[in-house]
Design a protein around this ligand. Structure first.
Ligand code: A3P
Length: 323
């Protein structure tokens, strides 16, 4: 359903015709809405989500730019929140038989458009766990309201590895003929901010600023720190979402169990993630490539790396956000 044609409302059709557009993207043109680039198929769902989603104070919303580690964050948050119900060492744990993408619904795609039929009517247990790629500016009003105390967890990744991961994702979506010059083309577009849910830098900056202004509500995590010290980052996440590890859990090494359960090596080698498919069509294996920090060195020229560093400096300036 993610990529299929969907019924588009009159409101959305009118909106789309008024938006700046970038043609020639796969699988459709991109449209700039509220400063960020989206596929038309997504816009209907985003509008419906903005109009319909009623946040609850107990909700936990996981936010990423595409390719920053969404799958990993979903796995960790799911395992954390459900650890009483599902022992991380259990051979029946849902993460052993489901791709993490399936276990945490995506806020904007949970809505069947144009008819709302999703999130609020779905019997999700409390706390409800959602993921989204929406930039802060496009979050539903009910999430942005100052008296809403739902939790937002933002996972960011260094721009160079994010771009390389995105590029490999793009390759998989294209036919042989569409692949020529793809690295250069995708790179130029990414640098201009034209990528799914881009500009990447603006996306991160919005949440970064919120995490400084409102640390009770927004936690800003980095992919690189999760790789470096998964245990401590898991503790931080557990504290933030209100399910800290008890002394007993610490003594039983539950932190390590969860980090092992969700590790790249473990998840990517599971049968379900090697051969399974998501309900909306992607192969589960597409969400696992190398899962490393610094893979950009194998793909980017020094000039490309320099350019991304330069943009990061310009865009993030003295905000304190660096990689
Ligand atoms: P690479 O392409 O650099 O390998 P997303 O989930 O947002 O689509 O991000 C995909 C990226 O996260 C891919 O990066 C993928 O390999 C990596 N990834 C997926 N699961 C992971 C895990 N459990 N631990 C670390 N990285 C993971």
């Amino acid at each position: 359903k993610y990529l299929q044609e969907i019924e588009v409302s009159e409101e959305c059709r009118e909106l789309i015709s008024s938006l700046p557009t970038e043609k020639g993207w796969h699988p459709g043109n991109l449209y700039q809405y509220q400063g960020f680039w989206h596929l038309s198929q997504h816009l209907q769902k985003i509008l419906t989500c903005q109009n319909q989603f009623e946040a609850r104070d107990s909700d936990i919303i996981l936010v990423t730019s595409p390719k920053c580690g969404t799958t990993w964050l979903k796995a960790m948050a799911f395992a954390l929140v459900n650890r009483t119900k599902f022992n991380p060492k259990s051979t029946q744990h849902p993460l052993l038989s489901n791709n993490p993408q399936e276990l945490v619904p995506c806020l904007e795609f949970a809505f069947e458009s144009p008819k709302p039929n999703g999130v609020d009517s779905s019997p999700l247990p409390t706390p409800r766990l959602f993921s989204t790629h929406l930039p802060l500016v496009s979050m539903p009003e009910s999430v942005k309201k100052s008296d809403c105390s739902c939790k937002i967890v933002y996972l960011c990744r260094n721009p160079k590895d994010t771009f390389v991961s995105l590029f490999h994702w793009e390759i998989k979506l294209r036919t042989e003929e569409m692949r020529s010059n793809l690295l250069e083309e995708t790179f130029q577009n990414f640098c201009r901010g034209v990528s799914l849910y881009g500009p990447f830098w603006d996306h991160a900056l919005g949440y970064w600023k919120q995490s400084l202004e409102n640390p009770e509500r927004v936690l800003f995590l980095r992919y690189e720190e999760m790789k470096e010290e998964p245990g401590n980052q898991l503790r931080k996440l557990a504290d933030f979402i209100g399910c800290p590890f008890s002394k007993e859990e610490e003594s039983f090494n539950v932190v390590h169990q969860i980090s092992k359960l969700c590790s790249f090596d473990h998840l990517s080698n599971l049968e379900v993630n090697r051969t399974g498919k998501l309900s909306y069509g992607y192969n589960n294996s597409a969400f696992f490539r190398r899962g490393e920090v610094g893979d950009w060195k194998n793909h980017l020229t020094p000039q490309m790396a320099q350019k991304l560093d330069q943009i990061s400096k310009e865009k993030w300036g003295d905000s304190g956000l660096t990689f």
